[in-house]
Design a protein around this ligand. Structure first.
Ligand SMILES: [Zn+2]
Length: 243
């Protein structure tokens, strides 16, 4: 169900995408990441888990799959013109909203100092529209990231040991949450859609019949874009933080 569409266009300088698994950011927001990068923003990815459960191949070891997925994510980042990736390597499927995880995210936020953070909407538990349960790692990622943005990255007394290391408090201005059922902000990805396709294609271990899948990604982008008068779009819940 779309909320009111938010039309003021974002022009970030530093963008941090935080997701649970390699491929999440490319599915939800790589057209947007590529656009921000083309417009001069530094784009950084933070991937919380090692992606080590993302296979049906019983012959593939956890270690090999993790290596493969990290390489794929690196290639996808290059396709969108991104600058860096941090992998935290928590075990895939077991992610919890712990203080340890929040501290690790705060550390990256205080290092990169993003004005925009893109992450997963933790309020999505299931979708009737799409007949799916949201992956628990996605919910944990979104919750821990929101908690890290506010108040933990902002307050110097939170994780004061980081402050002593020179990682000073940081205020993020805008959060974009990925949520396929609701949105209040649409980014025009008509110019960067080919980079999104290249980023998705990089995740070869995850997308077997890529050409069939690509037509589904395209019709999703067309449906979203149409709502804002764009040929192709990606949608978000945008929160502009006022404190
Ligand atoms: Zn995922």
């Amino acid at each position: 169900m779309p909320m009111d569409i938010h039309f003021a266009v974002l022009k970030p300088k530093i963008v941090l995408g935080v997701a649970a698994h390699p491929d999440d950011l490319d599915v939800t927001s790589s057209g947007t990441m590529a656009l921000f990068a083309e417009e001069g923003a530094q784009v950084h990815y933070l991937i919380l888990t090692d992606g080590s459960k993302g296979t049906k191949d019983r012959g593939l070891s956890t270690k090999k799959l993790t290596e493969t997925r990290e390489k794929e994510q690196q290639a996808a980042l290059e396709a969108v013109g991104g600058k860096s990736i941090t992998f935290l390597d928590y075990p895939d499927g077991y992610l919890e909203v712990s203080m340890d995880l929040k501290k690790a995210i705060v550390k990256v936020i205080r290092t990169i100092c993003p004005d925009v953070v893109i992450t997963m909407d933790p309020s999505v538990i299931y979708s009737l529209e799409r007949g799916m349960i949201n992956h628990p790692d996605h919910r944990a990622c979104g919750q821990a990231t929101l908690d890290a943005i506010y108040p933990l990255a902002r307050d110097h007394l939170a994780f004061s040991e980081l402050d002593k290391l020179g990682l000073k408090p940081h205020i993020t201005k805008t959060v974009l949450l990925t949520n396929f059922d609701n949105h209040n902000y649409i980014v025009d990805i008509s110019k960067t859609y080919s980079k999104k396709v290249a980023a998705l294609r990089a995740h070869a271990s995850q997308f077997k019949d890529f050409d069939g899948l690509e037509s589904r990604f395209k019709s999703m982008a067309e449906n979203v874009g149409r709502q804002a008068g764009y040929s192709l779009g990606e949608s978000f819940i945008r929160i502009d933080l006022s404190f």
